[in-house]
Design a protein around this ligand. Structure first.
Ligand code: PMT
Length: 408
């Protein structure tokens, strides 16, 4: 997908710089050529020799090098690239970018470029959440710089939280998305459900689940990047709204169904939400009081509407392609095959949601695409990669002539 694309990779000084070596390897494996600018601090973490060996090109570091300037001026470095990638993007380099400084080769190239820029931040959690960094990132986003990550997780400094640089495979997907000139889903309407639903017990308590919305939101973003007009119906989540997508926020399954039906005629729907199967039959209008010595209240449950099954039902309004997920903790494939038939959808992505696997709320997902043709096992991928791959499959499916009978 990156055949012939030229990436200028700027490696700044952070422990995550070691991942830039794997990033180079992956980019070249996808057909891109990679040229590196290594900052002075970056060279404390990875050697120019390693980058040179992996890129099969010289590595640029010194703004005032006589040979570098005569062979490849700093303006030319950015002109020759299709995309500039800053990975790791440290707090210091982001601040210099936001401030418009040109105090080393990396900052100068970034100031001089008119090419798209993707930054993969990596820093300590407190540096990432510091008001200065937050403001710098906002400024850069307003100027059109794209960001990938950072991810949550344990860091080299023994702290936990957002600040870890995205994994190389995630950065590759972001690069592919940024460079994709094709918009195969232009003119198509997509609907995506994401996140959990909340079913009220009383005004302060509810039944819900651990869905974070990461997978559903990534799918909405991936479909939008391919040109689709996307409506994302989301339960309560903390992940940011994807850009270029219409987001409808709901709480309960009933509200989710109503929002989906209000979306009107669509070409493809992907139901990634973890919809509560039951709701409380008679939620209390007032907070249920705990009475000393009294037995806990018994909750009577009623089934929720099945959104996927409702949208799958054949009607003139049925989307051309209906995709669901099957979240299972046992008999993954058999249950998914059965679920696809019961709900009447075209494709179902089976994923194991056992707590040990960490799919709910995690960064990665291992899915199996179940269709009328059989079962296709996908490797374990970052949720963004699952989304990009699914969006690509959807684009290919909708690009085919409409079959006379039944979907694929
Ligand atoms: O949000 P994340 O933390 O990123 O996690 C992603 C995920 C695990 C939530 C996601 O990948 C996933 O598996 N989503 C489906 C969760 C689920 O509710 O699965 P299910 O097997 O119970 O339901 C099957 C399908 O029917 C799903 O497409 C679901 O959206 C849909 N459904 C279920 C019940 C209902 N009342 N209405 C529905 O539309």
């Amino acid at each position: 997908m990156l055949n012939g694309k030229r990436i200028l990779l700027i490696v700044a000084g952070g422990i995550a710089a070691f991942k830039s070596l794997e990033l180079v390897r992956r980019l070249r494996g996808r057909g891109a050529s990679v040229r590196c600018v290594l900052t002075e601090a970056g060279a404390k973490f990875v050697t120019p020799l390693s980058l040179q060996a992996l890129t099969e090109d010289r590595v640029y570091s010194d703004m005032f090098s006589l040979t570098d300037e005569s062979e490849m001026g700093h303006i030319q470095l950015s002109r020759d690239a299709d995309l500039l990638v800053v990975a790791p993007a440290t707090a210091n380099l982001l601040a210099r970018m936001a401030g418009g400084l040109a105090d080393d080769l990396a900052a100068t190239v970034l100031l001089a470029t008119d090419k798209p820029v993707l930054a993969a931040p990596a820093m300590n959690v407190r540096m990432w959440t510091h008001a200065a960094t937050v403001a710098n990132v906002e400024t850069l986003k307003k100027r059109g710089v794209s960001f990938i990550g950072p991810n949550d997780g344990a860091m080299a400094c023994n702290e936990y939280g957002p600040g870890r640089m995205s994994e190389p495979e995630e950065i590759v997907v972001a690069i592919e998305n940024l460079l994709s000139v094709d918009k195969p889903l232009a003119g198509k309407k997509a609907l995506v459900t994401s996140g959990p639903t909340r079913e009220a017990i009383d005004p302060v308590r509810y039944i819900s689940n651990h869905s974070s919305g990461k997978q559903g939101h990534a799918i909405a973003a991936a479909l939008a990047r391919l040109g689709a007009e996307v409506t994302l119906v989301s339960g309560p989540v903390t992940v940011p709204d994807p850009s270029g997508v219409k987001v409808v926020k709901i709480d309960s399954a009933d509200q989710m169904l109503a929002a989906c039906l209000a979306a009107g005629a669509i070409d493809v729907v992907v139901c990634a939400a973890a919809v509560a199967d039951w709701r409380v039959s008679h939620p209390s209008d007032a907070k249920i009081k705990k009475k000393p010595g009294a037995a806990p209240p018994a909750l009577e449950l009623a089934p929720n509407p099945d959104i996927l099954a409702t949208l799958s039902r054949s009607s003139p309004q049925r989307p051309r392609l209906v995709v669901g997920f099957a979240a299972e903790t046992e008999n993954l494939i058999a249950n998914a095959v059965d679920k696809r038939q019961r709900k009447g959808c075209d494709w179902i992505l089976a994923n194991d949601v056992s707590p040990a696997v960490g799919t709910f709320g995690g960064e990665r997902n291992t899915v199996h695409l179940v269709s009328a043709q059989g079962v296709e096992d996908w490797p374990t991928l970052a949720k963004d990669e699952v989304a990009a791959r699914l969006a690509d499959r959807i684009a290919r499916h909708l690009g085919q002539p409409r079959p006379a009978q039944a979907a694929e």
